[in-house]
Design a binder for this molecule. Structure first.
Ligand SMILES: C[S@@+](CC[C@H](N)C(=O)[O-])C[C@H]1O[C@@H](n2cnc3c(N)ncnc32)[C@H](O)[C@@H]1O
Length: 276
């Protein structure tokens, strides 16, 4: 079943998810939208406990897509004692519209369909303690907005670096890092386990750790502006993997993809406070 460039796909786990026809990338491909959103983002970010200590607790949901990550946050935080601001970013609402039109197959959407329609119409909706904002634009432009509040949690979920390279460059992550406030401890969660992307995040000024496994993937990656927030930071031993890899070069706007790291970048990585 396909329309607007998306199709529904039955995962091996039995769950239903969306796939973008043009790049054949499936949203939440392994364990399905609800379980992946909960495990990778909500639980790993310790959202319920961390949001109790600060109000408003600010989440950036980068790549709103079909809203599985956003809905998982709403479910976890609707009863939060403080206020939560959920800022969702996407340059197209086509996947969300497709998900709403096929909500009979996507269970997580059903209870939120009216709220999502209001969000798409007005750009804002309140659900329990969560105020949900929609930023319908290229995230790289939304990031420049002076009134965008600094986050405590980032769900980073664009397409892969192969098909969405502009969302994975060092220059872009340096901008994200600069948007974080030192007094807002922040975690960023993503499905990758790529050495090149871990290197990119470290060189952009993040601390980087091993993230939870999802399905057949034994680990993912988590980053932060504070080392103490990471349960399993990459150790100095991981640098041996970088040195041996044929594909550890950070992704740059005008750089070569998929090649070993230059001696200059390696020297800079070696000096990162996480390894000294
Ligand atoms: C894998 S899907 C996200 C799935 C989504 N998080 C969910 O829970 O259903 C990737 C999304 O990133 C969005 N995206 C890609 N590049 C973007 C950009 N530069 N700015 C904003 N959104 C972008 C795509 O339009 C797409 O909806």
């Amino acid at each position: 079943m396909a329309s607007e460039g998306f199709e529904l796909i039955q995962l091996k786990s039995g769950h239903t998810s969306l796939r973008l026809v043009s790049n054949r990338e499936t949203f939440h491909p392994v364990i399905g939208p609800e379980a992946e959103a909960r495990r990778l983002h909500v639980e790993q970010q310790r959202l319920t406990s961390r949001s109790r200590t600060v109000s408003p607790f600010v989440i950036w949901d980068v790549g709103l897509g079909a809203a599985a990550n956003a809905v998982a946050a709403l479910e976890a935080l609707a009863e939060s004692p403080g206020t939560v601001e959920l800022h969702s970013f996407d340059h197209t609402l086509a996947p969300l519209r497709f998900a709403c039109d096929h909500s009979e197959y996507l269970m997580y959407i059903r209870p939120y369909r009216q709220a999502i329609e209001k969000l798409m119409r007005t750009g804002q909706v309140t659900i329990g303690r969560v105020v949900w904002y929609l930023h319908e634009a290229d995230f790289r432009q939304s990031l420049e907005k002076p009134d965008l509040p600094s986050p405590h949690a980032i769900f980073y979920d664009p397409y892969s670096a192969a098909s969405n390279p502009e969302m994975w460059t060092l220059e872009h992550f340096e901008k994200i890092r600069r948007a974080l406030r030192d007094d807002h401890p922040c975690l960023l969660t993503n499905y990758t386990r790529s050495t090149a992307i871990r290197s990119t995040w470290l060189l952009a000024g993040f601390y980087v750790g091993i993230g939870v496994g999802i399905g057949e993937k034994d680990q993912t990656t988590i980053a932060s502006n504070q080392l103490e927030l990471l349960e399993q930071p990459l150790t100095v031993d991981w640098l041996k993997q970088v040195a041996a890899s044929q594909n550890s070069n950070p992704l740059r706007e005008s750089g070569t993809l998929y090649c070993p790291m230059s001696p200059t970048d390696f020297a800079q990585l070696r000096q990162h406070p996480q390894f000294t």
